[in-house]
Design a binder for this molecule. Structure first.
Ligand SMILES: [Zn+2]
Length: 413
């Protein structure tokens, strides 16, 4: 048989974890073991897409690559997708780390002038060029830890001008780094200081001016809100989410992190793509997610660690009940300062008691699906984009086993 030609032939793959769930968008935890794994594998890549995959001797007998890429005996997995990040910040908040060590809570830190509103002051002071440079450096750190695509939220501008600036910075940083970005507008992250006593007026500003401007300029595909006692009430969140949905935004929601006010039930009833955090998820919230079958549970296991919280999201309950999940970093300067998905996998395994495969599915197959890109990202299969993460590990069991080390590098056609 004549050899077929491809641009790249990737070889030297000890284990190829395809995460290829076939015709299914997401896969139940109990079925993860059925996903195809190929040992001593190779992948043929043509025009930026996967053409074929299989055992290396077989592929070598069928395909000739213009370039042969040796993966060095590592594991090849789909390029990691971080489905929850806040990269549009202009300054770190390391001093708060000491305050937390002194015993101040998240809310006490906010009252002392730290917290999200201190990030807002920094973003407002930064020029668009300065902010873009920061986001570029954040994306580069994520890429250095194996992330090829991310959801990226605004939310430290909290004015029309500064939110648009943040979303433009995210877009420019995506172009500069090659990081694929799924931008999310998070104008409802917190009520800014100038609206402290006029919360309803701020929500109206978002609904009547900011959301329409963001949508018109094509700067975000989704809108997000922080539903929490000290952020946005259920009623205000509902007003905001309805406006966003009417414009055409997909919905992603922060809920049930500190105090449960019923945000999960609201998000599910509005058809949100995901509800993220869930450390205080109620039985009613769990039931809503199970009944929906579509809204994804966004699990951010490094956050309770970072905040010294005891409570974790009830991941095992969610997985057993068949709720789709993703695992993300929540990369941000206050409550989770890590750009590393392998590190998030460690916390998923320690705190959420996940298997390596459950963590990996949450950063590939399911993360891509939650962002509406499950037909081209998140698995290694013919026709899928050739963007991969190489893990320098002896086997998948080692994923998240070590911490403080970086086993990941990306390879993109
Ligand atoms: Zn977040």
């Amino acid at each position: 048989m004549a050899l077929q030609h491809c641009d790249f032939l990737l070889t030297g793959i000890r284990e190829l974890h395809t995460m290829d769930a076939g015709s299914v968008g997401v896969i139940a935890a109990a079925d993860l073991e059925s996903l195809p794994v190929i040992r001593d594998a190779a992948v043929a890549v043509l025009d930026g897409k996967v053409s074929a995959l299989g055992p290396e001797p077989e592929l070598r007998s069928q395909w000739q690559g213009k370039e042969v890429v040796d993966c060095g005996g590592g594991l090849l997995v789909p390029g990691l997708v971080d489905a929850h990040t806040h990269p549009a910040f202009a300054a770190e908040r390391a001093e708060e780390f000491d305050w937390r060590a002194q015993g101040l809570s998240y809310l006490e830190i906010a009252e002392r002038g730290g917290g999200i509103l201190s990030s807002v002051r920094a973003v407002r002071q930064a020029s668009e060029v300065e902010l873009t440079a920061k986001v570029i450096s954040h994306f580069q750190r994520m890429q250095a830890h194996g992330t090829v695509a991310c959801e990226a939220k605004s939310g430290y501008g909290l004015s029309l001008e500064d939110e648009l600036k943040s979303l433009r910075a995210i877009r420019a940083a995506s172009t500069a780094t090659g990081m694929e970005v799924f931008p999310t507008f998070l104008g409802a992250h917190m009520v800014p200081e100038e609206y402290a006593n006029q919360k309803d007026q701020y929500v109206e500003l978002l609904c009547q001016e900011v959301l329409p401007a963001v949508w018109e300029q094509g700067l975000a595909r989704a809108a997000d809100v922080f539903i929490e006692e000290h952020a946005f009430s259920l009623l205000r969140a509902e007003r905001y989410l309805n406006s966003a949905r009417d414009l055409g935004f997909a919905l992603r929601v922060h809920s049930d992190q500190f105090v449960n006010v019923g945000g999960t039930e609201l998000a599910v009833s509005l058809g949100a793509e995901c509800v993220d955090h869930l450390e205080t998820l109620s039985d009613a919230g769990l039931d809503a997610l199970v009944t929906s079958g579509k809204t994804c549970a966004g699990l951010l296991p490094a956050v309770p660690h970072y905040l010294r919280q005891d409570a974790d999201a009830p991941a095992q309950k969610l997985l057993k009940a068949g709720v789709p999940w993703f695992v993300a970093t929540d990369f941000n300067p206050g409550s989770c300062y890590t750009a590393s998905l392998p590190e998030a996998a460690h916390f998923a395994r320690i705190r959420l008691k996940m298997t390596a495969l459950e963590a990996l599915a949450g950063m590939t197959l399911h993360a891509a699906q939650s962002l509406g890109a499950g037909d081209r990202l998140g698995r290694i299969a013919p026709g899928y984009e050739a963007r991969f993460t190489v893990l320098d590990l002896p086997d998948l069991c080692h994923f998240g086993y070590g911490f403080g080390e970086n086993p990941a590098r990306i390879w993109c056609a």
